[in-house]
Design a protein around this ligand. Structure first.
Ligand code: AKG
Ligand code: FE2
Length: 331
């Protein structure tokens, strides 16, 4: 077994995709050979990391550092307000996900509070009036994340050997994207759970954290690998949707947040999501075309989302009854 100190989650340099990151769209049209080589190097790192860990990191990713820092500063300020003030940004009844300010229920072992939003201009969004500039900054951050996610989606499309634009044509409804910012209090002497081991439901997640640390990824041989914070880096993970589409070629990796002693932690996560009405099933490229049985039954995405949300609102008394993607497994 490799010592966990020796394992690091791979990092790809996205600078050869600068034009795509700027435009939020993807083309090889006018690349010279050198550019093609640099893109191929990043694509190779990402493909390998997706099958090995379900996690990778990117630098030169197109989300401006000053915007990430500003966003962290503002969420820090917001979470510092008294509870009654934060609760003024509570979610609207009837929203498909609780956009606005929220906290883990008291009975949950997870200890964090969060602010969640749908795309800018969604009528489900609720923003606090303070700190000043919060809404503008998080909306801009959201828009930057969408561009970067769409470039990474095209890279993954290429890694999986799918026809050009296959994933972007499938994932063409941007209404269901979500962004959350989290505050995790410092660990107590007796417990340090920030967010229990889980896999993300969505397509891909893009994340950055402050310098405190605590995000950990589980490897196939059940070792927990810390993601060392780096202010220039985005952490990306594959979600359940890609795991199903690729018929397990890429794994949605288990991860968790461990709270640290003496320091609270802040992070932003962007959940690049498919539309709720989409049918999710292993693609023919990874089943019939290569004579492999599908590992999952097909399902409507929002039904799975609802089951996963229910895990949180009505936690089953038996942990084995917590629903995850194996609910749709055919084996
Ligand atoms: O805060 C983090 O670093 C991780 C958040 C996370 O894993 C999630 O919300 O699914
Ligand atoms: Fe997660």
């Amino acid at each position: 077994m490799v010592n966990k100190e020796e394992i690091t989650i791979p990092t790809a340099d996205l600078s050869p995709f600068l034009k795509e990151l700027d435009q939020g769209s993807y083309s090889y049209d006018d690349d010279d050979d050198d550019q093609k080589k640099k893109k191929a190097a990043a694509i190779e790192i990402i493909g390998k990391a997706c099958s090995e860990f379900g996690f990778f990191q990117v630098v030169n990713h197109g989300v401006p550092l000053h915007l990430m820092q500003k966003a962290l500063l503002l969420s820090n300020q917001f979470f510092g307000y008294p509870l009654d003030r934060k609760l003024q940004a509570s979610p609207l009844p009837g929203a498909p996900m609780p956009a606005g300010y929220g906290r883990q229920p008291d009975h949950s072992p997870d200890k964090n509070e969060f602010f969640m939003m749908f795309p800018p201009h969604s009528t489900f969004n609720v923003f606090p009036s303070h700190p000043q500039g919060f809404r503008e900054v998080v909306e801009e951050l959201f828009s930057c994340f969408v561009k970067t996610a769409s470039v990474i989606e095209n890279i993954i499309n290429e890694c999986l050997g799918l026809p050009p634009n296959f994933l972007s044509e499938y994932n063409n409804d941007r209404k269901w994207d979500l962004m959350s910012t989290f505050r995790y209090p410092n660990a107590s002497e007796i417990e340090n759970v920030g967010l229990r081991e889980h896999k993300d439901v969505n397509f891909i997640t893009l994340l950055f954290q402050d310098e405190v640390g605590g995000l950990e990824v589980k490897t196939e041989d059940h070792q927990w690998i810390p993601i060392i914070p780096n202010q220039n880096t985005l952490v990306i993970n594959v979600g359940d949707v890609i795991q199903v589409l690729s018929n397990d070629r890429y794994k949605s990796a288990s991860h968790r947040v461990v709270r640290q002693e003496g320091r609270e932690r802040h992070s932003y996560a962007f959940f690049y999501n498919i539309g709720g009405d989409k049918l999710v099933q292993p693609l023919p490229h990874f089943t019939t075309h290569i004579d492999q049985p599908p590992n999952y039954k097909s399902f409507i995405y929002k039904e799975y989302l609802q089951l996963r949300l229910r895990n949180k609102t009505h936690p089953p008394s038996n942990p084995q009854d917590i629903i995850n993607i194996s609910y749709y497994s055919t084996t």
